[in-house]
Design a protein around this ligand. Structure first.
Ligand code: BT5
Length: 326
């Protein structure tokens, strides 16, 4: 934990009191001049810290800044968030966690960036990642499951993200096959899982989550593939990111534990409960052909089961799914 984070922690745990520069300096084993410098930096970062001559410092309010210590404080997870790194700017949190995984980092590592300069979507696409408003988060897992089952974790992040949007923000979040989270038919979160594996064994899996929290309408690019939104645009209020990140990590941790101990079926039911096209006629655009049928549900490997008009069933592995009259 940095000196800056330690000062924030100390001021928070004495929220209604003034702490003298000397008390802080003693607690942190740094000079009073260093304390003063850190306090000035915190103020510049948006912390409202009152200073009184004979009394010291008192924290009045904190900005919407994500600090590892705040996220980790009392977080009741078993695996996810054992180590948390919050960085001001990164190319891509997924890339950073992949590199850490290749260098031997332990399961549960979480990396968050305030902004990304090369945020990644699927198939080489770009994830727009402005500073200070959204959540860009990657989680490192090393599940001992067969590599074909790794796609189950995409549904895990979708369920976790959708459920916490309901719980924390009161939204009715839905899922879109295979990897988007929608609110009122618009994309609020994109998920990108990346796998490091051999035929028989998963070395690591990176769960990447981009969640639009306080992004304003004019921050979205004009050429979006799909209509997009943010928590603020849906609720009309700004939303602090800290409770959302904490809830997200906790839910991923719970679902991961359930998946390893109970298998895919409970997770599949939770995902299907948020999938508006279940049992409905759809058409799947696969580029070179369009398949029509009734959605039967998810297979264990994440394929979409389609019941065709002639009674056969087809497993859909890729494509854009949309409602249709069959
Ligand atoms: C995704 O790709 O939806 C996966 C996005 C995953 C982003 C997270 S952020 C943390 C982690 N680190 C990374 O580097 N990535 C992950 P895809 O389905 O290919 O959607 C990408 C498309 O969504 C783009 O081509 C745009 O049209 C659109 N898009 C870009 N930025 C967006 C945003 N912030 N909100 C909504 N739509 C966006």
């Amino acid at each position: 934990m940095s000196s800056r984070e330690k000062i924030v922690r100390l001021l928070r745990t004495h929220s209604d009191q003034y702490l003298s520069g000397q008390e802080i300096s003693n607690a942190l084993h740094i000079s009073r001049a260093a304390v003063w410098k850190q306090i000035e930096q915190l103020r510049a970062a948006g912390f409202d810290i009152d200073a009184r001559r004979a009394q010291g410092y008192c924290l009045r309010s904190s900005p919407d800044v994500l600090l590892a210590d705040d996220i980790q404080y009392g977080l009741a997870t078993k695996i996810v968030g054992r180590q948390i790194d919050c960085v001001k700017q990164l190319g891509s949190t997924n890339q950073s966690v992949r590199e850490a995984a290749a260098a031997g980092a332990s399961e549960g590592l979480v990396v968050l960036a305030d902004s990304q300069s090369a945020g990644r979507g699927r198939l080489g696409r770009n994830w727009v990642s402005p500073a200070g408003v959204n959540i860009y988060c990657s989680v490192l897992l090393r599940p001992q499951i067969p590599p074909p089952d790794a796609s189950q974790l995409t549904f895990l992040t979708a369920v976790a993200t959708a459920e916490i949007l309901d719980d924390v923000c009161g939204l009715n979040a839905r899922v879109k096959w295979p990897n988007d989270v929608l609110v009122n038919g618009k994309k609020i979160a994109g998920l990108l899982n990346e796998l490091g594996a051999e035929t028989e064994q998963i070395h690591y899996l990176v769960l990447g989550i981009g969640l639009n929290v306080n992004m304003a309408a004019d921050q979205f690019p004009l050429d979006l593939r799909y209509p997009a939104t943010s928590v603020m645009l849906e609720t009309g209020n700004t939303q602090a990111r800290l409770p959302l990140v904490r809830a997200l990590l906790l839910r991923i941790d719970e679902l991961y534990h359930d998946l390893l101990t109970q298998g895919f079926a409970p997770l599949r039911r939770r995902w299907e409960a948020r999938f508006d096209l279940l049992d409905r006629p759809v058409e799947v655009d696969q580029g070179q052909r369009i398949v029509r049928g009734l959605v039967g549900g998810l297979d264990a490997d994440g394929a979409l089961r389609l019941l065709l008009p002639d009674g056969r069933s087809e497993r859909i592995l890729v494509g854009d799914v949309r409602p249709a009259d069959c």
